[in-house]
Ligand binder design. Structure first.
Ligand code: 2NE
Length: 278
């Protein structure tokens, strides 16, 4: 029941689908590399996230990896130059290195609709961080989680560390980063890293069930709850996001529109009729 999205943006590493019921699905399509991402993969995912945000028919976004073996194995180590991750330019020259996956993490945090990670197989390295910054994680029973960065000379000292500590606690977060072990799905459930674990064959169906349950609820209530949960972690940037939603609501009110109308009509605004709620 899904239709692919025709767009002006050429997607090569990612498959983007939207269903009429309001679910957008972003699939990393590099199974031969366990769905590792390059800067190009991330740019494509960012384009999809922008589209899903702006599309008012979409109420929930699902992120997944192609195949059963991996959700995402993090940064593609073969795309890592001396200064960081790069795409090769024509002629073999390197582009300017930039860790653009941090922008993707921010987009997921700021998406005013839930983003669900649907994890089969490995979610490791930067791929593990992507599932952590998603609002919910549904794991298949073959899922494996871990931070492999310290083994390959990499780390994420942003959400990858601090949000992890909020999810699983300081001791466990330090264990995950310092030892770089891998954890199976039932460990992950006990640690609070994922919301539920289902048999691999049921992952897609169960993800759709969660999406549909979300879609039945008030989009504005969900948006504000997400804003608030983020704001408790994100400081001033989180308050800005919550504030943006408050402004969106206020602009839809009579009181907000009285100010605009008065200005355009060249008169003084009359706010006297609006209640000062306790
Ligand atoms: C994911 C894992 C554990 C899977 O193991 P296995 O045994 O199932 O598969 P295999 O044979 O290792 O991988 C299959 C193919 O995928 C490539 C492999 O090189 C292999 O290629 P071929 O030999 O068939 O040609 N592949 C897998 N992951 C890749 C990767 N990340 N980059 C490039 N090629 C990859 C196992 O493959 C594994 O441990 N992968 C490496 C995980 C890793 O260290 N990721 C980077 C961590 S750093 C990071 O992502 C990061 C961060 O920490 C902070 C910010 C941003 C990024």
């Amino acid at each position: 029941d899904e239709r692919s999205v025709a767009s002006h943006y050429e997607l090569r590493d990612v498959i983007y689908e939207k269903s009429p019921e309001g679910i957008a699905r972003v699939t990393i399509n590099r199974p031969e590399r366990r769905n590792a991402f390059t800067p190009r993969t991330v740019k494509e995912m960012r384009w999809c996230m922008d589209d899903a945000r702006d599309d008012m028919t979409i109420g929930v976004v699902v992120m997944r990896g192609m195949g059963d073996l991996a959700f995402c194995s993090g940064g593609d180590q073969s795309a890592r130059g001396d200064g960081g991750y790069v795409d090769a330019k024509a002629g073999g020259a390197e582009e300017t290195p930039r860790l653009n996956v941090l922008d993707l993490q921010m987009q997921i945090r700021r998406m005013p609709k839930p983003v669900i990670a649907s994890v089969a197989g490995y979610a490791v390295g930067g791929g593990h961080i992507l599932h952590m910054v998603c609002d919910l994680t549904i794991a298949a029973d073959n899922a494996v989680f871990g931070q492999t960065g310290p083994k390959v000379g990499s780390f994420d000292a942003g959400y990858g560390s601090t949000h992890m500590a909020r999810l699983i606690g300081q001791k466990k977060a330090r264990e995950m980063w310092f030892l770089a072990r891998l954890y199976n799905a039932s460990d992950a459930l006990k640690m609070g890293l994922v919301n539920t674990v289902v048999p691999l064959a049921e992952l897609e169906t169960e993800t759709a069930v969660w999406c549909r349950e979300i879609l039945r609820n008030s989009p504005t209530a969900i948006r504000l709850c997400k804003n608030a949960l983020n704001a408790a972690e994100d400081g001033q940037a989180g308050i800005q996001d919550l504030g943006g939603s408050a402004t969106l609501l206020f602009y839809q009110s009579e009181e907000g529109n009285e100010g605009r109308r008065a200005f355009l009509e060249g008169r003084k605004p009359d706010f006297s009729k609006f209640k000062r709620f306790p």
